[in-house]
Design a protein around this ligand. Sequence first.
Ligand code: JB3
Length: 213
Amino acid sequence: MSVPLPTVVIGAGGHGKVILEVLLEAGIEVIAVVDSDTGRHGTTLLGVPVVGGDQELQRWRPQDILLANGIGSTGQRHRRHLFERMKAAQYRFATIIHPSAVIGREAMIAEGGQVMAGAVLQPGVLLGRNAIVNTGARIDHDCVIGDHCHVAPGAVLCGGVRVDLDAHVGAGAVIIQNMVIGEGALVAAGAVVVRPVSAGGRVVGVPAKEMGS
Ligand code: JB3
């Protein structure tokens, strides 16, 4: 977990709630949640006030807080764009690790990386900026997961797998060792990947094949 500054969660939906749970469980002070849905303003999320939209971030100087990206798989690379927009405005993102996660030696988690409850990162794993390893996913030795990727709950990556920028590995998918999942690719939930997936590819099934083939 990065330096414990007061933290603001962006997004009060499903992913925001899970991120907030991790922060609270780790004893981080969370001062507010912001959400673009005005219907959520004035409510609370796990007891933390939803104070308004992103404009409310102006209450704090960027150097005085950390942000936690609570936007998950809400289409159109929205999570990535939000991260980049906030970085351009000089904000910094918390690196978030649930206390129950197992992080091996020489594993590295870049700014804004998120590791949920019960996930395992074995030795030598590199997790990119703003990437998610979701609940109970298992990432074996020396895997490299690129910026903004999402490894969904329960997925298994065997040793030496590379997942490139913006790719999505669906819930419960299995990827055998040394495979490459190309930039922006999608591995459907439950797929078993035994061949490399090209950039932008979308694969499904056991063994995984291109969708529609
Ligand atoms: O599969 C799992 C375990 N989690 C999924 C997660 C990875 O992705 C989850 O089940 C959902 O499929 C999805 O969660 P997410 O992204 O939290 O989606 P949703 O529950 O729809 O909530 C998104 C929230 O973000 C909504 O309340 C939106 O109003 C808010 N939002 C969208 N854009 C924003 C912005 N809030 C702020 N502050 N700024 C934005 O730009």
